[in-house]
Design a protein around this ligand. Structure first.
Ligand code: CUA
Length: 338
């Protein structure tokens, strides 16, 4: 009986270890969000610092293990033969390798990380860059604004490739943290404060970012994308974002304006100017909905409108009890907002 119970516990433990290993493997495979696959000078410096610290730590551990083996062997060979010289040497090793060396090493790493690496990750001065983007964290999505233009979007930030962008972050509610691991370090959004960081990408591509500060029930569903694009493509994207809406689906537009949709969302060029949820002026041009929770296609959009709480429990969107034909009309209208 006892043995069977023990076997059961061992099997359970083995299963847990296997699950953890698979999870670790899967997260390791997700190169999209891998800070050790940097695509900017700032992220490269952070990755180098990490590898240096890792290397030095392994070296330190190697030395400690060697000293332990050496001491163990010596004690076994001549038990009870400690000498005055031996004690003195041991004292010197403790002071030198145990106190002086770690202080010098940690101070050096502190200087390198705090003076050199932090500097390379900082936001460029306003006068040094042509583009500033403002990101506002909300429970649980990201508002994105391009000062100097009318463009407002959500959860998907477009930037020109190989261009230093000044990114200013703030919050509409609690503390969030903006992090694109392949591009730079994290930056917190603090109530009543505006923080800045550099956003820069070496190569054209899509980089996944994630809120990095626990901010409530749907913290994990607070992802975003940064799209780094060639200059011309970025300019035409921005020009389109700045334009008012052009969807011509009159029936769906009517549903939107007469239901509570218009109280919470803005669609520029219409009377809808709510600021509780994301700006929907060009919602159909985004690849995902609900901060990367679901893909942006008509089927998922319809599901989101009718039962958003099953997709992202705790979000602020209520069930508006729309009929099937109203939802269909609404989806047709929103799908035209490109
Ligand atoms: Cu926002 Cu976690």
């Amino acid at each position: 009986m006892a043995r069977r119970r023990a076997t059961g516990v061992t099997a359970k433990a083995a299963r847990a270890v296997a699950l953890v290993a698979v999870a670790a493997l899967l997260t390791g495979c997700n190169e999209q969000q891998d800070s050790l696959a940097p695509r900017s000078h700032a992220a490269s410096d952070i990755a180098s610092l990490f590898w240096w610290m890792m290397g030095i730590s392994w070296l330190g551990m190697g030395i400690v293990v060697c000293l332990m083996l050496f001491a163990w062997r010596k004690a076994h060979r001549r038990p009870g033969h400690e000498t005055k010289e031996g004690e003195k040497l041991a004292f010197r090793i403790v002071i030198g390798a145990g106190i002086v060396f770690p202080i010098v090493l940690i101070a050096t790493l502190f200087v390198i990380s705090d003076i050199f690496v932090i500097k390379t990750t900082q936001a460029p001065a306003k006068s040094a860059t042509r583009l500033t983007i403002r990101v506002i964290g909300h429970q649980w999505w990201w508002e994105v604004r391009y000062p100097g233009t009318a463009a407002v979007t959500a959860n998907e930030i477009h930037i020109p490739v190989r261009t230093p962008v000044r990114l200013e972050v703030s919050t509409g509610d609690v503390i969030h943290s903006f992090w694109v691991p392949r591009l730079n370090r994290t930056i917190d959004t603090m109530p009543g404060k505006r923080n800045a960081i550099e956003l820069y990408a070496d190569a054209v591509g899509r980089y996944r970012g994630q809120c990095d500060e626990f901010c409530g029930l749907q913290h994990a569903h607070m992802g975003f994308y940064v799209f780094a694009e060639p200059q011309a493509r970025f300019r035409s994207w921005l020009a389109n974002m700045a334009r008012p809406a052009r969807s011509t689906a009159a029936q769906g537009r009517q549903v939107f304006m007469t239901s509570s949709c218009a109280d919470c969302h803005a669609i520029r060029g219409t009377r809808a100017s709510g600021d509780v949820g994301p700006d929907l002026t060009h919602v159909a041009s985004r690849t995902t909905l609900a901060a990367l929770t679901i893909p942006n296609d008509p089927a998922h959009l319809a599901h989101w409108i009718t039962d958003s709480q099953s997709v992202k429990p705790g979000n602020q969107m209520p069930d508006m009890h729309l009929s099937g034909s109203q939802v269909h009309a609404l989806v047709t209208y929103l799908d035209g907002l490109r």
